[in-house]
Structure formats: C-alpha cells, structure tokens
Design a protein around this ligand. Sequence first.
Ligand code: ATP
Ligand code: MG
Length: 216
Amino acid sequence: MKFDTPITIALSKGRIFKQTLPLLSEAGIELRDDPETSRKLILDTNRPEVKIVLIRATDVPTYVQWGAADLGVTGKDVLVEHGGEGLYEPLDLEIARCRLMVAGFACARLGGHRLRIATKYVKAARDHFAAKGQQVEVIKLYGSMELAPLVGLSDLIVDLVESGNTLKANGLVPLEHIADISSRVVVNKAAWKMKHATVEALLEVLRGAVARRGEA
Ligand code: ATP
Ligand code: MG
C-alpha cells in the first residue's frame, strides 16, 4: 500500500509484537531493525513514512491517546483498564487471545462479604463484582498474581488465563469467566481525522489479513 502521510505505530514487545509483524508485512511494512538484538525503541521500517515505537504493553493506549503514536496494538485487558479516552478501537486483530478470569483455590468462597481480590486489573475486577452486587476489596498488584492466595494476601485473583497451566502449577483453578481478550487496533482521534486516508487504507489491509486468517 501507499502511505500519503508519515505514520507512527505503537507496539509492545513480546507476543503482540510477534503476532502483529506478519499482519504489517501484508501491508508491505517490514522492519529494518531486529528488536531482539537492537536496544532501539524507535524502529525503522522499509517504508520511510512508517515508524514503529516499542513500549510497555500497558503504556500503548497512553501514547496513542496523546498522539505520540498515531495508532497502536493493545490487549482488550489493557484497554479496559485505560478507559479508552481519546481513542477509537476500529479493529479486533484476534491475536494474543486469552480470557480474563476469576481464579482461586477450588474450594474458595465466591460469594459472601468483603472478599479480597488481588489483581493487575483493578477496574475490570471492580466492575465484575459490582455487576454481581458483591462488595469486594481489590488489592492492586503488578505481577505474579497467583502467589496472592497462596500466602493469604487475597481470597481470589483476577488474571489472564490461556492454558491454565500457571494456575494449575500453583494449585489454583479458574472459577469465573469475566471476558474474552484479544488485541485491538487503537487510533488517536486527531490522527483519525487528519490522516484518515492512510489510517483507513492500513486498516483495510489489516481487516483483510484478519479475515483470511479466520478462514484458514
Ligand atoms: P509486562 O510483562 O511488560 O508487564 P505484559 O505482561 O502486559 O507486560 P505480555 O505478557 O506480552 O505483556 O502481554 C501483553 C498482552 O498480551 C496482554 O495485555 C494480553 O492482552 C495478552 N496476553 C497476556 N498474557 C496472555 C496469555 N497467556 N495468552 C494470550 N495473550 C496474553
Ligand atoms: Mg506478561
């Protein structure tokens, strides 16, 4: 495809980066730098108009919201916590799929008063229990949520589950499904207007790539 305007795309290292590259490649965007060996945070591509910035997964919506990147790819989990202000969410790439779940010991109480929930996903956890009319105490953590019930920090956790192996290895089980998670394209609202033709052309290629993958 042709790029009429310069465009900056925000991605996070890890699974989203790996799974987004083949999709970008369908739009004729190939990386010049190897992120595994390079320490650069702004990566050049074969298209002088297209730059890729590598940032922490949870920071992607913030960079796009403030226009430091025109668009980005971010997990729905991250998007829910961010709130989505200043962003459009035009496309589900259907990559990095997993589920947001309540988990704990198999014998854990799910009801009752003032359960303590440890999680990185404070907003999603609050919303989930509020919707059930349950008052809970949410404890914010930044990682290794599985440890919390084992050491008595919390009754339950809210975390992403793919295979369930991490839970199982720690004697925990998934108890309640909160949401199906996948990665979304988010676009800065100003860029959506000012760079509409370029953004829309890129989205069109990505939509096609997602659809073809769905058929395969
Ligand atoms: P950091 O480790 O820097 O805090 P992170 O743990 O959020 O970042 P990743 O583990 O790469 O980074 O996760 C990025 C996104 O991929 C998540 O926001 C989520 O949408 C998705 N994801 C996370 N864990 C899984 C998983 N087990 N299976 C599928 N997708 C996942
Ligand atoms: Mg991680």
